[in-house]
Write a protein that binds this ligand. Structure first.
Ligand code: ATP
Length: 588
């Protein structure tokens, strides 16, 4: 048997803890299990563990996809257990979980394989990473070989988790914040230090690196984190306001207003002759913008820069803005060139975060805008977002009108002295949308947590969806309404397909709902909804304390927008609902 240095964690230790995590519903317990894991693991392995806890092997922005098709996994189970495909299929149908099926099959198999190699965390991690990187015509065979060699040596519980990671179905319900809580406690002795880890994460988007640095060098080590090309920055976000007057009340005078364009937020990194584009969710989306990549050397005077822009689809013939959804038509592997030609974009720059080796995060809005004006050559697809300095209410009213007339959503209001606060939603940036002035004052982005089977015309799809807000303090999703209107037939089809991958056997640990849905989903998909009113309700859990009522939406309606650019943790929060409810009381 292989003799391992003590510091090397066996995968069985991790798997046992993962099983404990799966069983608990309490966030504190989840955190303390992670603290136990982190305390036991060596500094060299910590990054791997952090990625694996999130079902990843590298940070999202590197675009390393772990997912392996079920078909390949079934072949690998057959190969390592000598069981027929039919039996595996039958076990899969019985359990509804391929990982579980494999675990039952392997339990039957004799456990004592001579010459078995120890299954360490590193072995699992490295095999998964290798698998994610193989390509070419023999990649299927290679993957089957890699997986079956792991399964040969794995215990049933280990196999279950290895396959869950490979299938992308490891849903432990741990958000980044919870992992950071556990890291802070394990390595600095105090969970309250999380904000310091968060700062490093905001500029690196690499939780594995944050973990490794904290483990090795403590809080001092985190000071070495700074903005660098090709590590996306977590975006600064805005607080909503309802009226032009609110902007003046919050900012005084002498602030800047910009058009709020309705497209996809893109972060463009240029350095070493390379250009990469990242989404609002920090995923690498370079391949969908070949036209922008090609144009960048012409657009930017600096070739070592990080910029933010809103990419807006335009009508190829008339040049008019098109609805945001059109940009999603570029999200394809085949026929991309045609989609790019059919759906051209205008790139509207609104911020600059780094230039020629220097961070601009701590520069004021005014300085950053000045640099932006200097560095961007407007023309062709490149524009600066229209901006106006506001001195009085009449200016902002007029500018709002001209923005809406130009086909934009409204205004972004920015304090001229504000620095760029990565990853935070604060009052230095405000957003004023035209629809805030109607209904409850805004559209909401809510998480689909469950569904009810459709009847009549909607049989075979979901008739109604159960939606939730996000509670960041508790890291929970709280129900707020059922929505059944606003869906076109094609929306119902798309949602049925998309949600099919997210079905769970039981309610997710992070979902708090009194209402029982027919089908529960992993809380991942965000959709946009409008409503007539926010009311108090005993059956929904948003804003509910003990025996008090929570909040619900009256007459909610799907707007037709799936917010693929938002993660569930970026959905509308309980605080936002409370603020809208308060605002509603004032205006009605
Ligand atoms: P929404 O749901 O309204 O799109 P959001 O929740 O995605 O907003 P917010 O910070 O609340 O994000 O609103 C800012 C968003 O508006 C940005 O993420 C960006 O995509 C878009 N945007 C459009 N124009 C601008 C601009 N001039 N400055 C900053 N962001 C802009």
């Amino acid at each position: 048997m292989l003799i391992l240095p003590l510091s090397y964690m066996l995968f069985s230790t991790l798997a046992e803890n993962l099983a404990r995590m799966e069983e608990t519903t309490k966030r504190l317990e989840l955190t303390s299990i992670m603290v136990d894991i982190f305390k036991e693991v060596s500094q060299d392995q910590i990054a791997h563990i952090v990625y694996l806890l999130q079902g990843k092997v590298r940070p999202d922005y590197e675009g390393v996809e772990v997912g392996v098709a079920e078909k390949i996994i079934m072949h690998a189970i057959a190969k390592s257990s000598g069981t027929s495909q039919a039996t595996i299929q039958a076990r899969y149908v019985e359990t509804g979980d391929l990982g579980q099926a494999a675990s039952l099959i392997l339990e039957k198999k004799s456990q004592t394989t001579l010459f078995a190699q120890e299954v360490t965390v590193d072995r699992v991690y490295n095999t998964i990473l290798k698998m994610a990187q193989v390509g070419g015509s023999r990649s299927q065979d290679m993957k089957i070989k890699y997986i079956s060699s792991l399964l040969n040596d794995a215990s049933p519980t280990e196999a279950r988790f290895i396959l869950k990671i490979l299938l992308g179905s490891m849903r432990l319900g741990v958000a980044e914040n919870t992992i950071m809580d556990a890291l802070a406690e394990a390595y600095t002795g105090d969970r309250k230090n999380r904000p310091l880890l968060e700062e490093a994460y905001n500029v690196s988007s690499d939780l594995g690196r944050v973990a490794k640095t904290t483990a090795k060098d403590g809080l001092g080590g985190l000071e070495s984190f700074s903005i660098t090309p090709f590590s996306p920055i977590r975006p600064m976000l805005a607080e909503r306001i309802r009226t032009e007057k609110d902007a003046l009340d919050k900012m005084g005078t002498g602030f800047a207003a910009e058009y709020k364009l309705d497209g996809e937020r893109v972060q463009i990194h240029v350095a070493d002759g390379r250009v990469e584009v990242f989404s609002r969710k920090l995923e690498r989306i370079t391949e969908y913008y070949p036209d922008v990549i090609e144009a960048m050397p012409e657009i930017s005077k600096s070739n070592n820069i990080i910029l933010e822009a809103e990419a807006v689809p335009v009508n190829a013939d008339t040049g008019e803005f098109l609805p945001f959804q059109n940009i999603m038509r570029r999200r394809r592997k085949h026929g991309l060139a045609k989609a790019v030609a059919d759906y051209p974009v205008l790139v509207n720059f609104f911020d600059v975060l780094y230039v020629d080796g220097q961070s601009f995060l701590d520069e004021t809005y005014d300085k950053r805008r000045q640099m932006l004006q200097y560095v961007i050559k407007e023309g062709g697809m490149a524009h600066l977002v229209p901006m106006m300095r506001i001195e009085a209410e009449v200016d902002i009213v007029e500018f709002m009108e001209s923005s809406v007339n130009a086909g934009c959503e409204g205004l972004m209001i920015k304090s001229k002295d504000s620095i760029y606060r990565a990853g935070s939603r604060g009052s230095q940036w405000l957003k004023l949308k035209q629809d805030y002035q109607k209904g409850i004052g805004d559209s909401l982005d809510l998480v689909v947590i469950g569904a009810f089977h459709g009847k009549g015309r909607r049989a075979g799809t979901y008739g109604t969806l159960l939606l939730a807000t996000y509670d960041s303090a508790e890291d929970m999703f709280l129900s707020i309404c059922k929505v059944g209107s606003g869906f076109k037939d094609e929306d119902l089809d798309t949602l049925y397909q998309t949600l099919g991958d997210k079905i769970l056997a039981k309610k997710d640990l992070r979902v708090n709902s009194i209402m029982e849905a027919d089908v529960w989903f992993a809380p991942e998909l965000v959709i946009e909804v409008v409503a007539a009113e926010i009311t108090r309700s005993p059956i929904h859990t948003t804003g509910k304390a003990d025996n008090d009522s929570g909040f619900a939406l009256r007459f909610p309606r799907f707007t037709g927008r799936i917010r693929a650019d938002k993660s569930a943790e970026e959905a509308s929060t309980v605080e936002e609902i409370l603020a809208l409810y308060g605002g509603q009381a004032k205006t009605t």
